[in-house]
Ligand binder design. Structure first.
Ligand code: S3P
Length: 428
């Protein structure tokens, strides 16, 4: 990290493939008899966990120069695994896999690391049980998730929170069930499952907040091209905005409306940011350029914007360092149920630098007089990739290498993060 100090960051970069799309491409391809290709997938701890789970069900996944070839015997020939399915740190794997296993009528036990073992799974258990699934959880809430064979029926479900993981688990469960499943979201969460399932041949339609899946149709194989992950790009965009002399362009990144809330916030703050769409079919893709902006406006974010940037809130909080007024996040109680309680983690760590917070159950207001760090203070990353990368960006902005307890979790979503920073680094 020391080599990154006293630098500016300049140039054009691609970020790794989108994590949500990579998980889904492996799962949907595994349900479609035949060969699918996944081009430019994210190769990281989380997506390798999904790959290993699919292999345990009997799917063959082979590395190719451009990504993966997924060869599936078809959903009817997938087998119940003879050992627990290990999802590592990945909540998306655990939740979507539960819906998938229930939907194809297999039995399995799903486990994960220490963080997964504390993440709530009752949010999928309740609606899946309404469909007829048989699911047991520890204390009726946490993994291990034990799924027994059962026959499902379609569901009509209004989701209490906007969650793409819950929505996708239900869609996976309903795929091969004759009849219409109708899922209503309070506000739109990421819609990759809807877009991709249509590509794999499912009968799915979306009308405003209502998703209708006419189940019972087999999926057909498809080739997926994975765009760059805007949640990874976010770290570089915020770095460019805060670090004098910086100018970074991220190419080939997903601009999907349900994920692009960070662009709205940067524009709201009057940051120097330019978006150039390059393709609008399927997942919209484009280039985003962010240039150093010494003075920013404060932001207030809440409501329907929150699901569109939920994973970016830790890194967006750093923008308070340059803003002319307080920054407020509300309606984001979901942050408390991520890899760690991200409201707590952001407040506890950034308070060490002079950021001042008012904490709410569903967010915070933050302001900053002057950024500083007392000598000898060490940082906690909570084993959470997005908290660790936020702290690394902060250290670079301050020109002060930070003593972070454990950086290994970067591998969860952005294994080349340090190398990409190094590649963009120029002498100040
Ligand atoms: C994801 C959905 C979001 C997000 C997570 C990935 C997905 O979680 O925070 O990182 O791929 O579906 P929720 O659905 O719990 O909001």
């Amino acid at each position: 990290m020391k080599t990154l100090m006293n630098s500016r960051f300049y140039g054009t970069r691609k970020v790794p493939g989108d994590k949500s799309i990579t998980h889904r491409s492996l799962m949907f391809a595994s349900l479609a008899k035949g060969i699918s290709h996944v081009k430019d997938p994210l190769l990281s701890a989380d997506t390798y966990a999904t790959k290993a789970c699919m292999e345990s069900l009997g799917v063959e996944i082979v590395a190719e120069p451009e990504g993966w070839k997924v060869d599936s015997p078809g959903r009817k020939h997938l087998q119940s695994p003879n050992a627990p399915l290990y999802t590592g740190n990945s909540g998306t794997t655990a939740r979507l896999l539960t819906g998938m296993i229930a939907g194809i009528g297999l039995e399995a036990e799903i486990i994960g690391d220490a963080s997964i073992s504390k993440r709530p799974m009752d949010r999928i258990k309740a609606p899946l049980e309404q469909m007829g699934a048989r699911i047991a959880l520890k204390n009726d809430k946490y993994p291990p998730i034990k799924i027994s064979k059962a026959e499902l029926s379609p569901i009509s479900y209004t989701m209490p929170v906007a969650s793409a993981q819950v929505k996708s688990a239900l869609l996976l469960a309903g795929l091969f069930v004759e009849g219409k499943s109708v899922i209503t979201e309070p506000s739109p969460s990421r819609n990759h499952s809807e877009l991709m399932l249509a590509e794999f041949g499912a009968d799915i339609s979306v009308d405003d907040h209502v998703i209708t899946l006419d189940g019972g149709k087999e999926l057909s194989p498809a080739d997926v091209v994975v765009p760059g992950d805007i949640s990874s790009a976010a770290f570089l965009l915020v770095l460019a905005t805060l670090k004098p002399g910086s100018d970074i362009t991220i190419e080939n990144v997903s601009l999907n409306e349900t994920r692009s809330g960070i662009i709205d916030v940067l524009e709201m703050m009057e940051a120097d940011i330019t978006v150039e769409p390059t393709s609008t079919t399927g997942e919209p893709i484009g280039n985003i350029r962010a240039v150093y902006t010494p003075k920013l406006k404060g932001f207030e974010i809440s409501g329907a914007l929150i699901p569109r940037l939920i994973d970016e809130i830790p890194i967006l909080t750093l923008l308070a360092a340059h803003s002319d007024g307080p920054c407020t996040v509300r309606d984001a109680v979901e942050l408390r149920y991520k890899e760690t309680d991200r409201i707590r983690a952001v407040i506890d760590e950034l308070s060490k630098f002079g950021f001042e917070f008012t904490e709410y159950n569903d967010g915070f207001t933050v302001s900053l007089e002057k950024i500083h760090l007392a000598e000898g203070v060490s940082m906690r990353g909570y084993g959470d990739h997005r908290i660790i990368m936020m702290l690394i960006v902060l250290g670079i902005v301050m020109d002060q290498p930070l003593d972070i307890d454990d950086m290994a979790a970067i591998d969860i979503s952005y294994p080349d993060f340090m190398a990409d920073l190094e590649a963009l680094r120029k002498d100040a």
